[in-house]
Design a protein around this ligand. Structure first.
Ligand SMILES: Cc1cc2nc3c(=O)[nH]c(=O)nc-3n(C[C@H](O)[C@H](O)[C@H](O)COP(=O)(O)O)c2cc1C
Length: 198
C-alpha cells in the first residue's frame, strides 16, 4: 500500500516560500512511491475553530479538508515563523483535528529569518498531544535565500534536505502506518492502538 501524504500549506501569502518547499517535498515523495495531495489553506481556508459548530460539516471547506486528513497516512505541515511560533493558519488547522492524527507521521517545514526551531517544536508539541508521530528533523530556511523571485529554488543544500525529508518521511511513515494498522487488526490488549479499534 503506498503511503498517502497530505501537505498542508500554512501561509496566506500568494508567493509563499514555505508552500513552494512543501510542493518540492510532495513531488520528491512521489518518486519513492507515495501518493500525495496538497492542502493549501490559502485556497481552502478553514473558519476559526468553534466547538459549537464543529458538526456542521457542510459549512465552508471543513468536509473536504476532513476527508483529506482522514485519507492521509502522513502529513507535512509548512509554516512561516510568526513571532517564533507557527502561523495562526496552521494553529487553526490543528485546532480542527486531533483524533485523526493517531498513528500518522508528521514532517515540518518552516520559513524563518532565524532557525525556525521554536516553530517546529511548537508544531511537534501540538501533534504529540494528538498522538501523532513526528520526524526528528525538519527543513527550515530563509525564504528569500531559498528561492529566487520567480519561485525557483536556488539553494542546493536546501533542495537536498527537502529530498532527504521526502525520502525519510515515506520510509518511516510507512513503518508507523503499517504497525499501527497491524496493532488495530490484532486482538492484543496492551497496545496503544487498541483504543482506536472500531
Ligand atoms: C506577523 C509576522 C511575524 C513574523 N515573525 C517572525 C519571527 O519572529 N522570526 C522570523 O524569522 N521571521 C518572522 N516573520 C517573517 C516570516 O517568517 C517570513 O516572512 C517568512 O519567510 C514568510 O513565509 P512564507 O513565504 O511561507 O509566507 C514574521 C512575519 C510576520 C508577518
Amino acid at each position: 500500500m503506498p503511503l498517502k501524504i497530505l501537505g498542508v500549506g500554512g501561509s496566506m501569502r500568494e508567493t509563499s516560500r514555505s508552500t513552494l518547499a512543501l510542493k518540492i517535498i510532495l513531488e520528491g515523495s512521489k518518486s519513492f512511491g507515495a501518493e500525495t495531495k496538497l492542502l493549501d489553506l490559502r485556497k481552502y481556508p478553514l473558519p476559526f475553530y468553534d466547538p459549537s459548530r464543529r458538526d456542521d460539516t457542510d459549512e465552508h471547506n471543513i468536509r473536504r479538508i476532513d476527508q483529506d486528513v482522514n485519507w492521509a497516512d502522513a502529513l507535512i505541515l509548512a509554516s512561516p515563523d510568526y513571532h517564533g511560533s507557527m502561523s495562526g493558519t496552521i494553529k487553526n488547522f490543528l485546532d480542527h483535528f486531533w483524533s485523526e492524527f493517531a498513528g500518522k507521521t508528521f514532517a515540518y517545514v518552516c520559513t524563518s529569518h532565524e532557525r525556525g526551531l521554536t516553530v517546529m517544536d511548537q508544531m511537534r508539541t501540538a501533534v504529540r498531544q494528538c498522538y501523532g508521530w513526528s520526524m526528528p528533523y525538519g527543513a527550515s530556511f530563509n525564504g528569500d535565500q531559498g528561492f529566487d523571485e520567480d519561485g525557483l529554488i536556488v539553494n542546493l543544500a536546501l533542495e537536498r534536505r527537502l529530498k532527504m525529508l521526502a525520502r525519510d518521511l515515506v520510509i518511516y511513515g510507512k513503518i508507523i502506518r503499517d504497525q499501527f494498522l497491524s496493532d488495530i487488526a490484532s486482538d492484543e490488549v496492551a497496545t496503544f492502538a487498541a483504543r482506536y479499534r472500531g
